[in-house]
Design a protein around this ligand. Sequence first.
Ligand SMILES: Cc1ncc(COP(=O)(O)O)c(C=O)c1O
Length: 508
Amino acid sequence: MTLKELGQQLLDRVDPRVIAATERALKAIPFVRAKLDEEYGGMLDGLAHSMRPYAGQVPTYAELPSQGRDRADILKEMESIAATETPRWRDGFLSGAVYNGDAGHVDFMNKVYALTSQVNPLHSDVWPSATKYEAEIVSMVADMLGAGPNNRQAGPGEQICGAVSSGGTESILLAMKSYRDRARAERGERSPELVVPSTAHAAFDKAAHFFRIKLKRVPVGKDFLADVKAMKAAVTKHTVVLVASAPGFPYGLVDPVEELAAFAKKRGLGFHVDACLGGFVLPWARQLGAPVPPFDFSVPGVTSMSVDTHKYGYAAKGTSVVLYRGHGLRSYQYYTLTDWPGGLYFSPTLAGSRPGALSAAAWAAMVSMGKEGYLEATRKILATTEQMKTGVRAVPELELIGEAVFMVAFRSKSLDVYRVLDELGKRGWNLNGLHRPAAVHLCVTLRHTQEGVAERFVNDLKAAVEEVKSKPATGGGMAPVYGMAGTMPLKGFVGDFLKKYLDLLYKV
Ligand SMILES: Cc1ncc(COP(=O)(O)O)c(C=O)c1O
């Protein structure tokens, strides 16, 4: 263990409240404040420029144009911007992000959107088509995820039911709110707690933050999977729900759902499986012979799931599905208001008005793919993942993290893996840098299954590693920023920096 790692471990043991208080005290010192502002300012100036590549090339609008612009002219300008941005995702340089992207498929999605752009599911009486699309999306996803052939006839207590949301984060927020509200209503719980493995998505922190649930993040085991013993030990009389991922975002690994679900069931706790990323891949991967452990509603004790249609469901961006075992739990998600001057108000999810066109597109994507389509897409993704993993294994300086089905995550014991990430960036790649441990991942999509993309990745990876080995660090690029963010004990400072970055996004 290095001195730095030892220091980090010691700091990890310090109560986060002590660290937060230290930060507040430091920031209150004018000299420290001024120095921080100067440092943030310097780092952000460089970023601000790269965030505005169109400045000076197309008009900038800080206020409405006094007269509307010609539609053809606007379209021409937007087409030229799209043409600049499209090749990177189209040609398979991104991790995740665009999961299908085939020109014919995108064109089909766009046609569906054009037909339905005015649809608002809030007005189900005006657009009963939206109701049909959403009900069928939920039913098809439930069927894919172990609801069983008799689910439509099942009673409200057992039926796997759900709702369409705007994305994985909203599905997770909704499920967590449902557990909180159920515990409050049915057992008077005023201090609800949520137990998640450290690799669970940030959306669980967000849910805990928004809904005032205490989050207990339990370190994963040496195999990077949820540590069942430690998760059990983290449960208290206030726990309302446990979480597992199928798979988790960082390494693409499926947590031990069966063991955790059995425990949750025995204790009468909720158990959520986050299959936002893998819900549309794992069932088909299993059929193709990949080692996929049980993870869905076929496992007794799984009480809710999140599954993203806008990822491997190949829908347009903006939809996901949250599923529950039984209508009772789902009803805690709903919102109703009966004494409002605006009339009776009720909505199933966080939003009021919603883009029905996105639900229509999700439905159309699913129906056009069919079981055969998803199976075939998964077959290609699994083959490409294997090809890429073989490439990583051939580089002695790199080490694969686990055996993920459709993710390639690697770290290095001898090199700064963030510099490898930077070098890949110079070759056009846009992959994700991970923390604790420092690692990089590529989430394999249909874009990578195109001819030559996996070979290009392997060659660029080898070249990137050679470059890092042969040249000393210059301190440039994102590597130092990643390194700092991953190891810095005073996370509040990093958080402040990120908020300033968000400010920049809204600067005209
Ligand atoms: C496992 C997992 N859960 C949840 C999410 C959140 O999804 P979204 O970005 O659609 O909100 C992601 C996103 O990548 C994910 O990988």
